[in-house]
Design a binder for this molecule. Sequence first.
Ligand SMILES: Nc1ncnc2c1ncn2[C@@H]1O[C@H](COP(=O)(O)OP(=O)(O)OP(=O)(O)O)[C@@H](O)[C@H]1O
Ligand SMILES: [Mg+2]
Length: 239
Amino acid sequence: MLSINGLTKSFGTGSGKLHVLKGIDMNIKSGELVALMGPSGCGKSTLLNIIGGLMPADSGQIELVSRKYGLKNPSSVVDVRRNLVGWIFQDFHLLDHLSALDNVSMALEISGVPSKEAELRAVTALEKVNLGDRMHHIPDQLSGGQQQRVAIARAIAGHRPLLLADEPTGNLDISSGAEVLQLFKDLCHDEENPISILMVTHDPELASNADRMLLLNDGKTQASDIRSAWGLDDEGEEE
Ligand SMILES: Nc1ncnc2c1ncn2[C@@H]1O[C@H](COP(=O)(O)OP(=O)(O)OP(=O)(O)O)[C@@H](O)[C@H]1O
Ligand SMILES: [Mg+2]
């Protein structure tokens, strides 16, 4: 589904040049929930931005479904952002004055879906995240966990095969975070319409509940298990 080979990225020039990604090789299958961990500043968000078509890499290649990219400018990968990759952020990024339903349907309308169909798809997506009874609430009238579920509905309503989630539980309490993780698992493991999710998290407990964990360290990704993640997670405390 997603295949990344030899991806590198640096920032700056000359002696101040910072080599953030030094040859990333990774694959994600359809239906997989993969947790990406690593110390602050190691390049997790940079990697997501490149996969999401927001920033070009310096070298290497990404193949997502059958689309090949990685070095192209954001203006040349509009189709990746529109059709292939959905985003979920730590701070939800909802529009304050719009209901849950309008937040989801407006995002679809912006990407060209006619308004009647957008509304139908928004309702379906909100029901899928168990917010069928909260569709007409605005973000202020929803809990943090509910707001994040609206953002997840917005991401899945676009029917994109890959979701990128950058610390999606960072602003949630433990039980809401666990609910979001369970929802991610259900979405990935849906038998009729599986998707894949790459989720950045600093929480080893959540990461260990994903299908697989990757550790980004010194510019490269490696398979990880819970014990090495504990050792390297600079914000987690050993219990
Ligand atoms: N546009 C940019 N210009 C210059 N340096 C950048 C840019 N974006 C990121 N960096 C640097 O690249 C490194 C990786 O940043 P990135 O945001 O990817 O880290 P991260 O792993 O997501 O960290 P965190 O866990 O704190 O979110 C950091 O040292 C950062 O300062
Ligand atoms: Mg980050």
